[in-house]
Design a protein around this ligand. Structure first.
Ligand SMILES: O=C(O)CCC(=O)C(=O)O
Ligand SMILES: [Fe+2]
Length: 281
């Protein structure tokens, strides 16, 4: 697309940065927090920092055989990106499998799932009952579960902890925290969402980046990349407000992803849980 065409698309979206932002969308306008909107619309320039890119060979012993290219994006909160994680063939298989499952998604709220236009995307839990358990599919699911452990050093849920997402034109996820900080069945059984892993399944030419406004950090959506971050402080397990993040509106094409939220209680044999007693639930 030319610059003029992109401008036309952005105008079509009527993106409005709002000072007194409330989580709502009015009419055709997509109302977004001002800071977030500004970072989404800015051009991405990596900052000069002391952060490193390296091959990760240590998180699990398997990485000695198959290291991953890793880019440190922030040390506190800890945020890293991995490159070329899933092969094109695996991504095609995953896209084919999830394409028919995707339905409009809702955010989790205190009174059940609700629709507040904060996340305008189709999604599906994956694998779910409709996923054919062929040899090929079982292998792919196992591979993704193992990847999550290898990339994070944490224990993912062995059952079905992934959510496939597809954002269309204008699809976005307004800034939010992945931790729930609520007493609901999910947190009672699994604890809160300690960390998040997001697999980007395609490259979005314009829009669709993941943005952490408090850190002024913009992560472009690129095929094969995986973003991993801790939502809770790794030592104290306190909720880290600097992990607020969102998905920028997609300006050109679509954005496909796979999310894995890693729960606290699954880590009981890896990281003892030091959650202070004064926190809820
Ligand atoms: O789409 C993105 O870039 C972020 C998605 C996200 O934050 C989430 O699914 O919790
Ligand atoms: Fe999120």
């Amino acid at each position: 697309m030319t610059t003029e065409e992109i401008d036309v698309k952005i105008k079509q979206l009527q993106l409005v940065g709002d000072e007194g932002y409330q989580q709502q969308t009015f009419g055709p306008e997509i109302l977004l927090p001002k800071e977030f909107n500004a970072i989404c619309q800015s051009s991405h320039k990596p900052k000069h920092t002391k952060l490193h890119c390296r091959y990760n060979t240590t998180t699990t012993p398997f990485l000695r055989l198959a290291p991953f290219r890793m880019e440190e994006l922030s040390l506190d909160p800890y945020i890293v990106a991995y490159y070329n994680v899933l092969s094109d063939q695996e991504i095609t298989q995953l896209d084919r499998l999830t394409a028919t499952l995707l339905k409009k998604t809702f955010a989790i709220g205190p009174d059940d799932d609700y629709d507040d236009n904060a996340r305008t995307a189709d999604g599906a839990w994956f694998p779910n009952n409709e996923t054919p358990r062929t040899e090929e599919n079982i292998q792919l699911i196992e591979r993704i579960i193992n990847l999550v452990s290898d990339l994070t050093g944490l224990q993912g849920d062995k059952a079905d902890s992934f959510q496939a997402v597809r954002y269309g034109f204008g699809g976005h996820y307004t800034p939010h925290f992945d931790y729930l900080n609520m007493s609901i069945d999910q947190t009672a059984f699994y604890g809160d969402r300690l960390a998040t892993v997001f697999f980007y399944l395609n490259t979005v030419k314009h829009g669709g980046a993941t943005v952490f406004p408090s850190l002024n950090l913009k992560v472009p959506a690129e095929k094969g990349k995986v973003l991993f971050w801790y939502n809770l402080d790794g030592e104290s397990f306190d909720f880290d407000e600097n992990t607020e993040h969102g998905g920028c509106p997609v300006v050109d094409g679509i954005k496909l992803g796979l999310v894995s939220w890693i729960n606290e209680y699954d880590q009981m044999f890896i990281k003892p849980n030091y959650r202070p007693r004064n926190q809820t639930y």
